[in-house]
Design a binder for this molecule. Sequence first.
Ligand code: CUA
Length: 375
Amino acid sequence: MKSVIRASIIFALLLFAMACSPESPQSTFGTHGPVAELQKNLFLFTFWIAVVVFIIVEGGIIFLTFKYRKKDDKLPVQTHGNLKLEITWTIIPAIIVVIIAIPTVLAIWETQVMPNEEESLVIEATGHQWWFEFKYPTEEVVTANELHLPEDTDVIVKITSQDVLHSFWIPKIAGKLDMVPNHENQLYIKADDPGLYYGQCAEFCGIVHAMMRFRVIVHPQEDYQDWLNDMRTPPAKLASGSDEDEGRKLFVGNCSMCHTYDSYKKGAYTKEIDAQYNRWEEWKKDKENSAIVSAPNLTHFGNRITLGAGIKENNYDNLVKWIENPDKIKLGTRMKNHAVIYKEENQLSTEQIEQIAKYLLSLKPSSESSATYNK
Ligand code: CUA
């Protein structure tokens, strides 16, 4: 029994230590941006003060317990109140609170004031059950579940939600902020180093809340411009009769009411905003049976790292499984509940599903084309 308890304690401590490791993908200790750094320092400052208080108080309790434990039957000296002590243990905590409050308030001020919009990159992030939509209004680019940022750039993220409360959080870059329907919150972020980071919804928002994730790709400046150009570049033409082309027809017929796949075109940005709004309105009219619902934009899906909003690596096998039955990977997706292909009478064959997967993975900017518009 003892060894089981010992093993469980070691296991729990190990888990705890692993969660704190700066290398773990959602650790707030491995910071890569000034906002996360500021928040981490504030946490550590408060933490170490708490450690000192803990040691003094617990040490005092242990010391007094042993020093004054019952040694004989004599009644100890009886005291009633001690003004000096009471004043001391009121003033000391008050001072500690002030010491913690000063850097806290300064940090709040520092992160709440947005930089000049003209000199910053403005991104609109919208929460949906259960995925993230990212729009770049000045660049007229729209994507989903993958946020692309240039390094060392002031970014203002305008945050909202289409349906319920969500929360936008990139642990290594900045702390979380609620995504509220019909209300815009603003979050200042900046990423110091190119790389891949994890994002997560941090507000309970329904059955697949925990699987509502996204990835953040921080690019060096030039690469970021290339990414923008890629987002405006059409994919290669598909050979007629190929699996990909058959998949395209199936996709257009069955999936394209909810998933836009061609936002590389000029003017596609405003079209997508309208489309997403109309899908939502359509779904609201009949939440049970609507065949239409807001869904992630799939432009250049072949370049995405993950599928299912950050849940699985985006590859052929996973994509086939996802299209076959998204609920097996992410129970409760709107796709399974609303898309026509999951109705008994419209089910696709394995071959058709494979063709759609091949088509989606072929969606990448073609090296033979160039951007359809410029900003
Ligand atoms: Cu969205 Cu939790």
